[in-house]
Design a protein around this ligand. Structure first.
Ligand SMILES: Cc1cc2nc3c(=O)[nH]c(=O)nc-3n(C[C@H](O)[C@H](O)[C@H](O)COP(=O)(O)O)c2cc1C
Length: 165
């Protein structure tokens, strides 16, 4: 699979085959793909909270009403950023690049993903900080699992969004 093929095949997956166990090597490679994303001044102001135990999923769904796909997902990765001292004013962009890299690496392994935004919805941010016991800013979560649906690829070149100057 080429990078271009992966980009064009990726869709958000919201139904997963329950009970699938994602091998640790795949999780490691997905996290590494995130860490290889470009980062302003190479500060890499982020950390990852990986939830392999589904015990906290119901708590996450209570905080995040649009993360119900976790009902069947195998793993949830919360991408968290550091701003302020020791962090970076660019943490949002960095975390976005990190997240997309992870979605594409997961796709190569045949895994489905859904990116769910957390920051800047502050009640979600506070809820995640408390639930996970973290000081960093939860930026977004990635649901991961073996897909149980296959939404069609879609070509999406929208000429009206491009302006050549
Ligand atoms: C910043 C961001 C936040 C998102 N939050 C959610 C979410 O809370 N719940 C959800 O089901 N999908 C969420 N999505 C996924 C989008 O709904 C999805 O990417 C969009 O509808 C396009 O569909 P596709 O990913 O299949 O191409 C989010 C995507 C991004 C980039």
């Amino acid at each position: 699979m080429t990078v271009g093929e992966a980009i064009r095949a990726r869709r958000s997956i919201r139904k997963y085959q329950a009970g699938h166990v994602i091998p640790q090597e795949q999780l490691d490679a997905i996290l590494e793909a995130g860490m290889l994303a470009p980062s302003a001044m190479n500060l890499r102001p982020y950390e990852f909270v990986v939830l392999r135990d589904r015990g906290k999923f119901p708590g996450i769904i209570r905080i995040h009403p649009y993360a119900r796909m976790l009902e069947t997902a195998s793993v949830c990765i919360v991408v968290c950023g550091f701003s302020g001292d020791g962090g970076s004013q660019w943490f949002q962009q960095d975390c976005g690049a990190v997240t997309e890299n992870m979605l594409l690496q997961a796709l190569e392994f045949g895994l489905g993903t859904c990116w769910c935004g957390v920051y800047p919805v502050m009640d979600r941010v506070e809820g995640f900080k408390k639930l996970l016991g973290i000081d960093s800013t939860p930026f977004g979560l990635i649901a991961l699992g073996l897909p149980d649906e296959s939404p069609a690829m879609r070509g999406r070149y929208e000429a009206a969004k491009v302006r050549y100057v």
